[in-house]
Design a protein around this ligand. Sequence first.
Ligand code: PBG
Length: 331
Amino acid sequence: MTHASYPALRLRRPRATAWSRALHAENRLSPADFIWPLFVTEGDGVEEPIGALPGVSRWSVDRIVDRAREARDAGIPCLGLFPNTPIERRSDDGAEALNPDNLMCRAIRAIKDAVPDIGVLTDVALDPYTVHGQDGLLDPTGYVVNDATIDVLIGQSLNQAAAGADIIAPSDMMDGRVGAIREALEEEGHANVQIMAYAAKYASAFYSPFRDAVGSRGLLKGDKKNYQMDPANGEEALREVALDLAEGADSVMVKPGLPYLDIVARVRDRFAVPVFAYQVSGEYAMIEHAAAAGTGDRDGLILETLMAFKRAGCSGVLTYHALHAARLLGA
Ligand code: PBG
């Protein structure tokens, strides 16, 4: 036996025991990394399971408050809210988004009343309010018009901020909306309301369970490719992020999550700003179906994918697994 037969370095050495693995871990997941998206629906005492999202329900306002308490008790710092607007309140112009008593605003107020120490993030886009399921206003050809849509998004943002939203998250992908919303928030006395821009949001096949959840799937005509990004593009994501930051975004989001971790890592390297990823509905469903089919251990799949976001450089993750993962992590 000669010394040449020994490996120069044994990278397995620090992996040998649990205490040593803990000591050498480069990243850690905690409940504080999560934003929990919740779906709100009309009624009292209502829980409506969503078929396309096993384990996820729509909740009436009274019951969403219970979810907020659970989240706080599990150490989750922030909720994201999405309304399932009744069909009779949807219109071509999405005017219900401006109603100070709409489902979203009632949910925000109820949560902030009952659980003031949890953050509330609200999605800004018109798709839960339009009869055509698009995120903005249409011209006669069906094209989503940019600048007129922004006027409505400003009103929607101010409506949410007045109800108590802490983070406004424009998911519509109109050009220039972050700057316009920022200016309006400042002018109307909401200087401390943050903007998390859905900066690199792709036209993705992974959103369809979400569209079921907010009731826009059957309504949607066409696709969203003339405003959401082409999955072929990476450089363009950096331009989107640069613009949203210049317009005053406090943080940026990449969406979907796992298929776009390269974008997360590039944004983080280039800009050194808080980056969030949205592990979207189709990703959630994929994990649930894989686990149900016996492909892998459910908790293992959940925690491994969530850790991947941290490793890629995320400050946090929007995930439908937030409550379960937070409990696994033992807040
Ligand atoms: C609305 C919006 C969508 C999602 C979040 N905000 C759907 C879409 O753009 O069609 C998707 C989230 C998910 O799939 O979990 N603009």
